[in-house]
Design a protein around this ligand. Structure first.
Ligand code: DAH
Length: 374
């Protein structure tokens, strides 16, 4: 290396001098890179900097190897950074869409029309969910959400489904693998309903509570025209002093009229849920025939729509472990839960639940401007 004047030679007598020299080399790298116009230019650039025998960085490395030992740590670092800069620039050439290299490869025709961004529409499930939520918001309810991966405690135990109780069988559950070593209450599962968020809400805030909870739920169910292993629910909870079953009836009757139209009637049938007592199923007068009886309502004039009931005192008992104000002797409440897909299918006249998840634009386009009431 006996070049008298080598641009790749650095001043190697102090840290300062090294830094100045490397800054100069980086500047040189940038300038030369900017001049590259063809593949041949690029190859010359590569040989000049990192060619095996004649490359500038190869010579520089030899110079530094013979330099003062106490400066080697600094010079080594500066050298590596410079080398990395070279690599970045070298590869940048391929990535730059406007380099002649890239243009030749892709043959971009700038006279072609641009890509148009299409205006989207809310998915019918999300829209239905938002509409239901809005009905309750107008009644003063707040909106909450909760996790989709839940513990056994929140999904079942605190909602009064004891371990091994047969009521658990009504919700075929997808569990997270490898949880066997944990206590049952801490094991993770995909929530089977939005009801666990009732508990999470009450644990966080003392009464009164008025909240609706929209969300996705999971069950180990086979898909068919009316079932999907993933679907959506809207949950509701109202807790305070002197909340009665009449409040529950009035609230849901009003909500159904708001949602389906003022002519809709409701009726309440005895039912069972572990976390409510008494429990009821709510039916609405058939929105297709007005209650006269048709195929859609199986000639009964009524359609079953949601579950509800008065919050079971034992549920408040679980909450009290964290929020003592939920004393069942002082407060009461009601809860309700409904399946969004079922309501959307009815509202839009969809007969196969799978259509919602198909991604088929011909299906979704129908909802672009208000949808269609069957
Ligand atoms: N969690 C119930 C289910 O998924 C639905 C339900 C019924 C929710 C009654 C409620 C309720 O809050 O009070 O089957």
């Amino acid at each position: 290396m006996d070049h008298l004047v080598d641009e790749f030679c650095v001043d190697n007598f102090s840290e300062d001098a090294l830094e100045r020299s490397f800054a100069r080399l980086e500047e040189m790298l940038r300038t030369e890179f900017a001049r590259i116009k063809t593949d041949e230019d690029r190859e010359r650039f590569r040989l000049r900097w990192v060619g095996r025998k004649t490359g500038g960085l190869t010579r520089l490395s030899a110079q530094l190897a013979g330099g003062r030992p106490e400066l080697k740590r600094v010079s080594g670092k500066l050298f590596n950074t410079l080398k990395q800069r070279f690599q970045e620039h070298y590869h940048l050439w391929e990535l730059n869409p406007f380099s002649p290299y890239a243009l030749a490869r892709e043959a971009i025709d700038i006279t072609l029309p641009g890509t148009r961004t299409l205006l989207g529409a809310e998915h019918p499930i999300i829209r239905t969910m938002n509409e239901i939520v809005a009905v309750f918001q107008r009644m003063g309810y707040s909106v909450g959400i909760g996790p989709e991966v839940e513990t056994d405690y929140y999904n079942f135990e605190s909602l009064n489904f004891p371990p091994n109780h047969p009521a658990r069988d009504t919700q075929d559950t997808l569990v997270v693998a490898n949880q066997e070593r944990r206590p049952l209450r801490d094991r993770l599962l995909m929530r089977t309903h939005t009801s666990p968020v009732q508990i999470r809400t009450m644990e966080r805030q003392p009464p009164p509570v008025r909240i609706v909870i929209p969300g996705k739920v999971h069950r180990n169910d086979a898909s068919d025209a009316t079932h999907s292993p993933i679907f959506h629910q809207v949950e509701g909870l109202c807790v305070g002093e002197n909340v009665t079953f009449s409040d529950l009836k009035g609230t849901l009757d009003h909500a159904m009229k708001e949602f389906f139209g003022a002519a809709v009637k409701t009726r309440f049938f005895p039912s069972f849920f572990p976390f409510t007592e008494p429990s009821a199923d709510v039916q609405i007068s058939c929105i297709f025939c007005g209650g006269k009886g048709c195929r859609k309502c199986k000639h009964s004039g009524w359609i079953e729509l949601l579950g509800c009931g008065m919050v079971d005192p034992s549920v408040f008992g679980f909450v009290q472990q964290k929020q003592p104000d939920y004393d069942p002797r002082k407060i009461s409440g009601f809860a309700f839960g409904m399946g969004v897909e079922r309501i959307a299918m009815m509202k839009y006249g969809v007969s196969d639940i799978g259509q919602f998840y198909s991604g088929d634009m011909r299906f979704f386009k129908q909802f672009g401007s208000g949808g269609r009431l069957a």
